[in-house]
Design a protein. Structure first.
Length: 394
């Protein structure tokens, strides 16, 4: 699928050393800052490089593209509404197409709602690619309640399945070298990879098909935070369905027990502190109970009898601790494998995600982000302890 409009293909012929891609949807208030800060970074750290700034927009109604095009930069810019399935992945695909067209040495993707980006972020993303890395992921300091899908699913699952400890596999900001770019464009993209599944799809592809991945130490990430109980339902389902599909594609790789390696971190992490985030725990608990009642009948068709019986028996007071959470994720992964109904299984899992985050919030009130991070790593050990059982049952 091509997501780049034909008019852009016909009008861009010049070669650029770098492409800075900014996917967007209704980000008028922040996209100009992202564009201007990225431009400063290029001037400061790569003054002899040519750069194309690209905004692939999802049809914003708030003049986002106008804000991008009027931002203060002397680099060439192009903004367009991408074509195809509405979603972040379609925007990224279009930017990759354009980057391939201009033969860029490095493509950097930046979230359009960033408020903490610094000029030196560009150096942290670009330098490892120019030195031979294929893929650079972000390494942030985040509040304990920011990135709940990352902390409780994508980080532990990516680490335990594929053996590389990448802290932010769906962090939103990445850099890609030309070899991986070409590989990604040649692959068949899942439907959800054109949506919010794109980050886990790119990261997992990079782990399994490229030799070198680097994490860039970026300090704190401040952006438009989403409450997990109110704004992350669609993202959760799209990410999970993609993760399940990837387990199919790379099952020969993750079923080989090769241990876990630390992923190299480029740069020194500055001494920074994230903004505290408030989570509506009452809403999470309500969504958990309400969602559980809605999916109980359907679970009989999908989940093993012992899991269904346990959930039915304890549905009024179920507490999703580490042990139960890992059992649930692995059970849903196995169910997706056997049924091949990835999206349906991901949606059935949604209430349990609300319950898991509610449990985590209740048990981390009053503790520091550092202490909460240690709890997340303890959870990782539970994923690892139960990994062999997952392999045996696959």
């Amino acid at each position: 699928m091509n997501n780049l409009p034909e008019t852009i293909l016909n009008n861009i012929a010049k070669r650029f050393d770098m492409v800075i891609g900014i996917p967007s949807y209704n980000n008028r208030d922040t996209i100009g800052f992202v564009s201007e800060t990225a431009s400063k970074g290029i001037h400061e750290y790569f003054p002899d490089s040519s750069c194309l700034l690209v905004n692939a927009d999802g049809g914003s109604g708030d003049l986002t593209t106008e804000a991008f095009l009027t931002s203060k930069t002397d680099f060439e810019r192009v903004a367009f509404t991408y074509e195809g399935i509405p979603g972040k992945g379609s925007a990224i695909h279009a930017i990759l197409e354009l980057s391939e067209l201009v033969n860029a040495k490095v493509t950097v993707f930046l979230d359009s709602d960033l408020r903490s980006i610094k000029p030196w972020w560009i150096q942290r993303f670009v330098e490892p690619i120019l030195s031979g890395a294929d893929y650079v992921t972000p390494f942030y300091v985040r509040d304990k309640y920011d990135g709940t899908i990352t902390n409780h699913i994508c980080y532990p699952m990516t680490t335990v399945l594929y053996g590389l400890k990448i802290r932010q596999p769906i962090g939103g900001d990445f850099a890609i070298g030309p070899g991986l770019r070409k590989r990604l464009l040649q692959k068949r993209w899942y439907r959800n990879a054109y949506r919010f599944g794109v980050d886990i799809w790119m990261t997992t592809t990079a782990i399994n098909e490229t030799p070198e991945i680097v994490q860039a130490a970026l300090g704190v990430k401040i952006h438009d935070v989403k409450d997990p109980g109110k704004q992350l339902s669609a993202m959760f389902s799209e990410v999970m369905a993609t993760l399940f599909r990837l387990m199919e594609d790379y099952h020969k790789n993750w079923k080989e027990d090769s241990g876990i390696e630390e992923c190299k971190i480029y740069g020194t992490m500055p001494d920074v502190h994230p903004e505290p985030i408030t989570v509506d725990i009452d809403n999470l608990e309500h969504k958990f109970v309400e969602g559980l009642h809605k999916v109980l009948e359907e679970m009989d068709h999908y989940l093993p009898e012992d899991i269904v019986n346990y959930i039915t028996e304890h549905k009024e007071d179920i507490d999703i601790d580490d042990e139960l959470w890992v059992d649930l994720i692995y059970t849903f992964a196995l169910t997706a494998h056997k049924t091949k109904e990835y999206e349906r299984v991901a949606k059935l899992m949604l209430p349990f995600y609300f319950g898991r985050i509610a449990h985590f919030v209740k048990n981390t009130r009053g503790i520091s982000n550092e202490e909460a991070e240690r709890m997340i790593d303890e959870q990782l050990k539970t994923f690892l302890d139960k990994r062999e059982d997952l392999i045996d049952r696959w």
